[in-house]
Ligand binder design. Sequence first.
Ligand SMILES: Cc1cc2nc3c(=O)[nH]c(=O)nc-3n(C[C@H](O)[C@H](O)[C@H](O)COP(=O)(O)OP(=O)(O)OC[C@H]3O[C@@H](n4cnc5c(N)ncnc54)[C@H](O)[C@@H]3O)c2cc1C
Length: 289
Amino acid sequence: MLPQNKRPPDIGEYVAASSVDAAIDALADGQGTALAGGTDLWAQKDSGNGRLRQRLVNISRVSELCGIAEVAGKIRIGALTTISEILESPLLNEKVPLLPQMANRFAAPQIRNAATIGGNIANASPAADAVLPLIGLGTSVELRSKRETRFLPLSGFFKGPGNTQMTADELITAIEFETPPGNFHGVFCKSGPRPALEISMVAMCLTGLLEGGKLSNPRLVFGAVGPTPICCEKTEAMIDGKTISDDLIASALDLMATEIAPIDDFRASKWYRTQMARTFLEAELIACR
Ligand SMILES: Cc1cc2nc3c(=O)[nH]c(=O)nc-3n(C[C@H](O)[C@H](O)[C@H](O)COP(=O)(O)OP(=O)(O)OC[C@H]3O[C@@H](n4cnc5c(N)ncnc54)[C@H](O)[C@@H]3O)c2cc1C
């Protein structure tokens, strides 16, 4: 049993929000915890991580937070959209297959049916899979509170494991990114003992505009090799718009290895994570040629 000071507070109040306004009212004093699919929140209930506050605000019936749509050149995905909905979305399969590709490697159907995109972001796990392609797509997060509505770039959203720029009174309502152009190239790679139903040991997303074997405006993001998703900005600058020669690949792999910060833990060693990161990047740069 957890020591007294680590135990979650008793849930004193339960609010079943029926609208965004009702949800942000219930979160306004910073004493509430949003409950979406519950696949992280419930699993962590007894971990002593302090996520579960004394008022549980169930947002899972708020229809305003659902749906995937393209409006004025942007794709908007409601925070309650599940991983299964991403996998099956005709719009995403046509215009952003990178996201269904990620969803196909995420957990198993039972979890995908409950797990939401907002929960994956707010939970701020260094191994959160959906976050990597979303950063690769240049996503902004829409946050609402009683005070304001604001948009933050997802790339700078994470401060550490379980820690984000979001304050306790805020709700993620949606995410948005520009509809990628026809020459957009995006790949998601993930390693673990099984193809899915697996917390990533290493995950990578590489995006950019692919033209004549050159990748311009690349974004290279790794998961599970640092306390937050890691954007390898120096490596991106090195490959931006260049012919992808063997020499460039070798230099990019070495530079990338200095930008990630893997650790040894029970899932994988630092050495293994570094080798997997190199293997993923090498394979995907070769595939761009
Ligand atoms: C067996 C299993 C397998 C898994 N496999 C994977 C995997 O392959 N890849 C992966 O990335 N994850 C995986 N997960 C983790 C989890 O399923 C995901 O992170 C999921 O997206 C969380 O969403 P949720 O709706 O269940 O969040 P919840 O558990 O409801 O909430 C998680 C956290 O986010 C907060 N929150 C939720 N929604 C909002 C919102 N709209 N605004 C503000 N705060 C919010 C909650 O307060 C809580 O702190 C797995 C989990 C399990 C149990």
